[in-house]
Design a protein around this ligand. Structure first.
Ligand code: PXL
Length: 244
């Protein structure tokens, strides 16, 4: 059970590849990590981004695929339309099942993408993916539809070109799931906390880990929503990391 994260590095390790690896480990799968960009940030402040060249991202993916048998991957911060294109090419080349966290803006307001990447995600990556996990703002960018209610979220979910989970942290805890055209609503209580940095990263990597452990997509999503919820309650992410 070897999985892969293709994402950016957050050195404070609440988000990005480092966080993904911790989640893979916690759920019991072996994680590999492809770095698309370095960032300098902490949960409160974003300083800067240093993208990795497309050639070197390609070399990292090929190096891992050369010796590991990977079936499920997640993608996080992909930074540019060019990186999105190369990742979707690799997904096809290696027949990978991808869960896409369509990362666009950091919680701390940092520059996680070079420009508007919603088009490139819709055109190149999502049609070749098994699931995408946008939050409300990302879903609005992907679909062009405003989301103010459960009904709006359902419409957006149905418009996204692959199966989708629109997370409900900014919609009263209402998570909207669309699998094979079927809608499922999973409501969670909101928790009063500032311990939210990286929750999206950890959610998508948990889904990949549960998929690799032979759960179906719906079960993997529901288990991952619980996993992240417990993590938020226990202070496992960004800001309260010292409590571990
Ligand atoms: O959660 C979005 C995200 C993804 N990837 C990296 C990040 C962040 C948020 O800060 O830093 C590298």
């Amino acid at each position: 059970m070897i999985v892969m994260s293709i994402a950016g590095v957050d050195p404070s390790a609440g988000a990005g590849v480092f966080a993904d690896l911790k989640t893979f480990q916690a759920i019991g799968v072996y994680g590999t990590g492809i770095v698309t960009a370095l960032t300098a940030q902490n949960p409160y402040k974003f300083f800067s981004t240093l993208p990795v060249s497309e050639d070197y991202i390609t070399e990292q993916i090929d190096a891992v695929m050369d010796s590991y048998d990977v079936e499920f991957i997640k993608t996080g911060m992909l930074y540019s339309p060019e990186i999105i294109k190369l990742v979707s090419k690799k997904i096809k080349e290696y027949d990978l099942k991808a869960v896409v966290d369509p990362v666009m803006v950091a919680t701390s307001g940092g520059d996680l993408t070079q420009q508007d990447i919603a088009n490139a995600l819709n055109k190149y990556l999502l049609p070749n993916s098994i699931l995408t996990t946008p939050n409300i703002a990302e879903a609005e960018k992907l679909t062009g539809l405003k989301i103010n209610s459960k009904e709006d979220a359902i419409k957006s979910c149905e418009k996204i070109v692959c199966d989708s989970l629109i997370t409900g942290g900014h919609l009263d805890g209402i998570n909207t799931i669309s699998i094979n055209g079927e809608i499922l609503i999973e409501k969670q209580e909101l928790i009063e906390t500032d311990n939210l940095h990286g929750t999206g990263c950890n959610l998508s990597s948990a889904i990949v880990a549960y998929l690799a452990k032979d759960n179906d997509l719906k079960t993997s999503i529901l288990k991952s929503l619980d996993y992240v919820y417990e993590g938020i309650k226990n202070g496992n992410y960004g800001t309260l990391i010292a409590k571990i």
